[in-house]
Design a protein around this ligand. Structure first.
Ligand code: SF4
Length: 345
């Protein structure tokens, strides 16, 4: 392997929704004795999930698997209304780590369905986000993954709305949305695109690097939709070789020339550092930035209540506030480091 240069895409890696979810679950691990249950993978990243498993978190695909009274966290991808209800009737403490941008789509689905719209939802069949969102109004939804699937839909009578999974490749969305607008000229779409800022920004950053790169390394897990979208963008742009890896140990040893590196929204920056070190570029590393992100999502409301209750108790017992838990990006990395130490101990 003779890598001459590494270009690092920016932005890359953790988004505000992932930071919120990782910090919220870490807080539960700090406060409650194990096991803590989490409905679905908290975020779609193998290493992050393994870090939580090492600290006593049990991931389940059904709330029925959770013993009555145990603390439950619901994943960042958003849960179906009946799952939330079942969790609340089962768990003593239920914290929903859904990303607010996914909640926005749930709300749009509910509202449009109540107004009599049929909703064409562009998403990945079987993906947790699509399952949770479409469960808001299953009778009103037509889920499509491709233009061909859209073309195979029976003609829709009455008003039609177009809503979308937040983490798709922009080009996939554009193709289907373009076709839908031609077929249904009065199609309703949200004022602000459902594809989230993190998804679009990370794809934009890869576009900027495409011309310079002999190969693109995308860091992230196979079940991460926004990670797969980055791979797709790289291929569509004609980058000769596009690889997706979970960690530096999966790098092949025949990479040469100029390598672009990016990371999906749930991939830790520590893995990016490991990958760059393993590539060991002869002429160094250069970060190429497109936009700066400063989005911040506060902790889930149920968690805020618990935190303020604990702060109040600490104040009564010890005469001092324990202080708010920081929920910004640096603290998600710190959360993972803390989990690693705890697992090792
Ligand atoms: S990728 Fe987008 S929708 Fe998903 S958690 Fe991050 S900000 Fe939210």
């Amino acid at each position: 392997m003779e890598v001459t240069k590494v270009y690092l895409a920016a932005p890359r890696g953790f988004c505000a929704g992932v930071v919120k979810a990782i910090n919220a679950l870490t807080w539960m691990v700090r406060v409650f004795p194990p096991p803590i249950y989490c409905y679905h993978e908290i975020v779609h990243n193998r290493l992050v999930v393994e870090a939580f498993e090492g600290a006593g978190v049990v991931f389940v695909d059904s709330v029925e698997e959770v013993p009555s009274g145990a603390p439950i966290m619901l994943s960042a991808h958003g849960s179906a209304p009946d799952v939330i209800e079942a969790a609340r009737s089962r768990g003593a403490i239920v914290i929903d780590a859904v990303c607010p941008l996914v909640t926005k789509v749930h709300h749009e689905i509910k509202t449009r369905a109540q107004r009599g719209y049929t909703i064409v939802y562009i998403g990945h069949r079987g993906h947790e986000e699509a399952i949770g969102a479409t469960a808001e109004a299953p009778q009103a939804i037509r889920l499509v993954e491709t233009v061909d699937e859209f073309d195979e839909l029976n003609p829709i009578e009455g008003p039609v709305a177009l809503l979308t999974q937040t983490t798709l490749a922009i080009s996939d969305w554009e193709q289907i949305a373009g076709r839908a607008e031609r077929v249904y000229p009065s199609l309703w779409k949200p004022g602000r695109l459902d594809l989230c800022y993190a998804t679009t920004n990370r794809q934009g950053a890869v576009k900027k690097l495409a011309e310079r790169a002999d190969a693109l390394v995308v860091i992230g897990s196979a079940n991460s939709s926004n990670t797969r979208a980055l791979e797709r963008v790289g291929r569509e742009l004609g980058i000769r070789r596009v690889l997706r890896i979970n960690s530096a140990s999966e790098l092949p040893d025949d990479l040469d020339g100029v390598i672009a590196v990016t990371a999906g929204a749930s991939a830790p920056e520590s893995v990016v550092a490991d990958v760059v070190a393993a590539l060991h570029p002869r002429d160094g590393v250069e970060e190429v930035a497109t936009v700066e992100e400063d989005e911040y999502f506060p902790p889930p409301p149920e968690l805020r209540e618990l935190m303020s209750g604990l702060n109040a108790a600490a104040s009564l017992l010890f005469g001092a506030q324990t202080g708010p838990v920081a929920f910004r990006e640096e603290s998600a990395a710190a959360s993972l480091a803390w989990l690693a130490v705890r697992s090792a101990g």
